[in-house]
Design a protein around this ligand. Structure first.
Ligand code: NIG
Ligand code: FE
Length: 414
């Protein structure tokens, strides 16, 4: 069947001219087209044609996009949506001046959520996740990465991945599962790192790989979590089992995460709030995507990653919510774009590239999605405005009125 999106005011193609990512100054070029129709066949973008050459008297299914702006479906490339429980009491502590790292060192933080997840069944995790995923879909998100990392033993990491994979099979959007067994040491292994690492490498990773439960292996390289040597061991096992690599690094301290991530050809390095000046040219030269998470800086009240310096050094930069219960309890990708513009001095155009094509690149999905180019998947977010600038200008307000995945409407507020 052929579907045509007709009469839209503005189509923000985020065209890459076939390169499938944007680095440096190219993030600013969105290649908008006006008064065009998008022709979709078998879930693929077949053509983008001037409205004047579209014949409305056809049997195409026509969707009227009058007064609307069409973007590529948005992509949240870093989330911890699979969790249970609340950390509102730790939030109160943070508001009264206690630092996130102090809470972690005292056995709280990630380990608080681990307790809650271990006490929750897979079926109940699925129930908790469903409205959260729907909230993303309502914003125009068509690809969503979700990490495990709050189970921290075989049984519970697999339970989380099973819950994520339930949505991989049953959600209308693309769900990308990431194994984050190296999130932190569970309290029972806080003095026996090598036994936990051995369980990650010899039990969890082989099982996850054999059962195709995750596409990526992620870790947290930080003084309260894993050292770069420990991450190196885990990434070697992950690579041996065919998992692609991501890393949380340079969030609070520089403990060698960048080098170990680059050594393993990481698809993305995430956070970078405290990246050293001399490391910026290094990460900017690579094909690794730098995923910045301004929600964390906002939520924890500390410095933002140097987005401007990274982009000006020609880096590939993406943005994500990092939606999680402890450091960024923010599931609003539009708000993240506004924060990046206001607090990291990114242009409106750069924020759009960062949640579309470059977010796709951070998930290795950039050959099929992330931009409106002929041959790519017909994944779109439709905004109720004639001008894409309004998306970022309306801070925290959802202007998305229709989400289209594989050419089918999966959310419609019109
Ligand atoms: O990306 N940095 C480590 N992990 C999460 C926080 C998780 C939590 O506090 O629950 C993050 O910020
Ligand atoms: Fe994270």
């Amino acid at each position: 069947m052929i579907t045509a999106l007709i009469n839209s005011v503005q189509i923000v193609t985020v065209d890459t001219k076939g390169i499938n990512f944007k680095r440096g100054s190219e993030l600013n070029n969105l290649y908008c087209v006006y008064d065009h129709s998008i022709i979709i066949e078998d879930s693929i973008i077949k053509d983008i044609i001037p409205a004047s050459s579209y014949n409305p008297n056809t049997e195409h299914k026509q969707i009227d996009m009058r007064d609307k702006t069409i973007l590529p479906g948005l992509i949240d490339c870093h989330t911890h949506t699979a969790f249970a429980g609340s950390r509102a009491d730790e939030f109160r502590m943070k508001l009264s001046g206690v630092h996130y790292e102090e809470i972690a060192k005292a056995g709280g933080g990630i380990n608080t959520t681990v307790k809650a997840v271990r006490a929750t069944s897979e079926a109940d995790l699925i129930k908790l996740m469903e409205p959260k995923i729907n909230y993303f879909i309502a914003q125009g998100v068509t690809t969503l990465e979700i990490k495990s990392g709050y189970g921290l033993n075989f049984e519970n990491e697999i339970k989380l991945l099973n819950a994520i994979n339930y949505f991989r099979k049953n959600s209308p959007i693309k769900i990308i599962p990431t194994f984050l067994g190296a999130h932190t040491f569970p309290s029972e292994y806080k003095d026996d790192h090598s036994s936990y690492i051995s369980s990650v490498c010899n039990e969890m990773i082989p099982f996850i790989s054999k059962n195709s439960l995750a596409e990526f292996c992620d870790g947290f390289c930080e003084s309260t979590a894993f050292s770069s040597d420990e991450i190196d061991i885990i990434f070697s096992a992950a690579a041996e089992h065919g998992l692609k690599i991501k890393l949380h690094t340079e969030q609070f301290n520089n403990v060698g995460g960048i080098d170990v991530a680059l050594k393993h050809n990481a698809v993305s390095i995430d956070h970078l709030e405290v990246i050293k000046k001399e490391d910026i040219p290094k990460v900017s030269k690579t094909e690794t995507t730098n995923v910045l998470l301004p929600g964390v800086s906002f939520f924890l009240g500390y410095q933002y990653a140097p987005a401007r310096k990274l982009i000006d050094n020609n880096a590939i930069v993406a943005l994500a919510t990092d939606y999680n219960p402890g450091s960024s309890h923010i599931a609003n990708l539009n708000l993240i774009m506004s924060m990046a513009a206001l607090n990291m001095k990114m242009t409106i155009e750069e924020t759009i590239s960062a949640v579309t094509i470059n977010a796709a690149k951070a998930l290795n999905e950039n050959k099929t999605t992330g931009s409106i180019e002929i041959g790519k998947l017909a994944d779109f977010a439709v905004f109720n405005t004639p001008d894409y600038a309004d998306i970022v200008y309306n801070v925290g307000k959802n202007l998305n009125v229709m989400t289209i995945k594989h050419g089918k409407i999966i959310y419609n507020a019109l």
